[in-house]
Design a protein around this ligand. Structure first.
Ligand code: GDP
Length: 196
């Protein structure tokens, strides 16, 4: 696999601590429990790589994994757990918003959504907001193994239709970490963004 050699690099809590030697990076977002850590681990061919992001003290931060010199995957904080609005706002304004909006090396965003519950209000908010950056978005509909074939093609069609406004800037796929399906499709998009 392409991302086989990924290693944990660093946890970033402040904008000033972002790696300076980045050439290209791809960020992963999603609701808590959507399967984001499993997806990163599956793509990077590790069992526990992204679970460092769940270490207490790291959950609200950006966790960087190095693929090769200057090429990073970035695990963003999962959203959706009940948090005080004040807390959400300060996290967004302090780190996440500015990162997504102004980070030059950020090549694109991968959004992980549970294929059984896609496009929740919080997902939609993130999509609307990120779309304004003009950068590409790749949606991975996770846990596809929990759906029948028919349900899979239905949800794929529905989400594609909902994203039609974004045209070629948004791609959508089914994915299963359990069955390892959709791995090559995801790798192709991500590697393409990073010029790998
Ligand atoms: P995160 O909070 O978004 O990082 O989600 P995790 O990767 O920790 O996954 C949340 C739960 O969903 C865990 O119990 C995983 O075992 C389960 N899960 C993740 N991916 C899959 C998948 O592809 N298929 C199935 N059946 N379960 C999955």
């Amino acid at each position: 696999a392409l991302f086989q050699k990924a290693v944990f690099l660093t946890t970033v809590a402040h904008l000033r601590d972002l790696p300076e030697d980045a050439l290209a990076e791809v960020a992963f977002a999603g609701r808590s429990n959507a399967g984001k850590s499993s997806a990163i681990n599956t793509l990077a061919n590790h069992t526990r790589l992204a679970f460092v992001s769940k270490t207490p003290g790291r959950t609200q931060h950006l966790n960087f994994f190095k693929l090769e010199e200057g090429k990073f995957l970035v695990d963003l904080p999962g959203y959706g757990y009940a948090k005080a609005p004040e807390e959400i706002r300060s996290q967004w304004e302090g780190l996440l918003g500015p990162y997504l909006q102004h980070r030059g090396p950020l090549s694109g965003l991968v959004l992980i959504m549970d294929s059984r519950h896609p496009l929740t209000e919080l997902d939609q908010n993130l999509i609307d907001w990120f779309a304004a950056t003009g950068k590409p978005l790749h949606i991975m509909l996770s846990k596809a193994d929990k759906l029948t074939r028919q349900e899979q093609s239905l949800v794929l069609r529905q989400v594609k239709a909902a994203m039609a406004d974004l045209g070629e800037r948004c791609t959508v796929q089914l994915f299963s970490s359990l069955k390892k399906t959709g791995v090559e499709e995801a790798e192709k998009v991500i590697a393409g963004w990073m010029g790998m």
